[in-house]
Design a binder for this molecule. Structure first.
Ligand code: PSU
Ligand code: MN
Length: 312
């Protein structure tokens, strides 16, 4: 059998700042790029990309926004590169499985939670902040549409700080899948699983942690126990006074799901379609709630990364 020895540098490249921080054992937080390119409208998306990096820095960690540029997975982007992610027309949405093809074809794309978690872990980053995870879609019985995010988190040693899973999903089914796949889930300062745009999904979580140090403790225990390389989900709710009005949320989401069905939207397009529909249908209120959630997650991720690196 013949194997090739293409060096990892040809497909995965950390920025100077990120490489140096990882070498020193300094705290680093990965940020995904799909939320920038496909999850948020222009021109807010570019401001948000920069703001999230600032929040991570203020919390004491080095931000590493991850995306694929001209076939190379880049860990940590400069200003011009962030701008490409926010503005380049036709930028692809890349899940984990898309990475080899994107590399071979020198394609560029934003990375989803599945691709970002994989790349972050591969680069040596342990903490990752996003908005809401992908999961089991409503109507799964017909479509079998379950985000690759879940599968990747069941085999990647990473801590993801998120506001739960996107409320466009079947939340109880997603929680069930996370349980089956052995992914640890803890509420951050809450006994309830957050509802992305909403402070709570109405579902409960089995574990509640209060501090970044407790999260870091769970991460150390994961390593001490060994076993399958599963993720830790730190579910951090949007503050109640920043959430989307639950009645408005339910009404517009029902419309959005109906519109998706009518227009036959499916596969990779469904999540961006529903998120964009909610932004329009709520006059931007869902966007504000989404941003409040992501900001909070970036901050908590920075604090967890700092606590993790202090104890190592
Ligand atoms: N969180 C947000 N907005 C987003 C996403 C997450 O606040 O747009 C993205 C993530 O990249 C996530 C993806 O991985 O949506 C899920 O897409 P799918 O359902 O096609 O797997
Ligand atoms: Mn999907």
């Amino acid at each position: 059998m013949r194997t090739t020895h293409q060096p990892i540098e040809s497909v995965l490249r950390p920025s100077g700042e990120v490489a140096e921080a990882l070498d020193r054992g300094a705290p680093v937080v990965a940020l995904e790029s799909t939320i920038i390119s496909h999850g948020l409208p222009q021109p807010r998306n570019l401001e948000v990309a920069a703001e999230l990096e600032r929040i991570v820095r203020d919390a004491g960690a080095v931000p590493a926004t991850i995306a694929v540029l001209d076939g190379v997975a880049r860990i940590g982007l400069d200003e011009g590169e962030l701008e490409r992610i926010a503005t380049e027309p036709g930028l692809r949405k890349l899940g984990f499985r898309d990475l080899p093809a994107a590399a071979a074809l020198r394609a560029s794309g934003a990375t989803t939670v599945s691709a970002t978690s994989f790349l972050a872990a591969r680069a040596g980053i342990r903490v990752f902040a996003t908005g809401g995870l992908g999961g089991v879609h409503r109507g799964w019985v017909e479509t079998q549409d379950e985000s690759a995010d879940i599968d990747m988190l069941s085999r990647t040693r990473i801590t993801v700080v998120c506001a739960g899973v996107k409320s466009i999903l079947d939340v109880p089914a997603t929680l069930q899948r996370l349980e089956t796949r052995g992914v640890t889930v803890a509420g951050f300062g809450t006994d309830e699983f957050p509802g992305f745009y909403l402070h709570t999904s109405g579902e409960r979580v089995d574990w509640r942690i209060e501090t970044p140090e407790e999260a870091a403790g769970a991460m150390r225990a994961q390593d001490a126990l060994g076993g399958p390389e599963t993720a830790l989900i730190v579910a951090n709710p949007v503050p109640r006074d920043r959430q989307l009005d639950p009645a408005l949320h339910d009404r517009v989401l029902a419309e959005a799901l109906e519109a998706a069905e009518r227009q036959g939207v499916s596969g990779q397009a469904i999540t961006p379609f529903l998120l964009a529909y909610l932004v329009k249908g709520t006059d931007g209120a869902s966007l504000e709630a989404n941003l409040a959630a992501v900001r909070g997650n970036a901050r908590v991720a920075g604090l967890i990364a700092a606590a993790w690196s202090r104890g190592n």
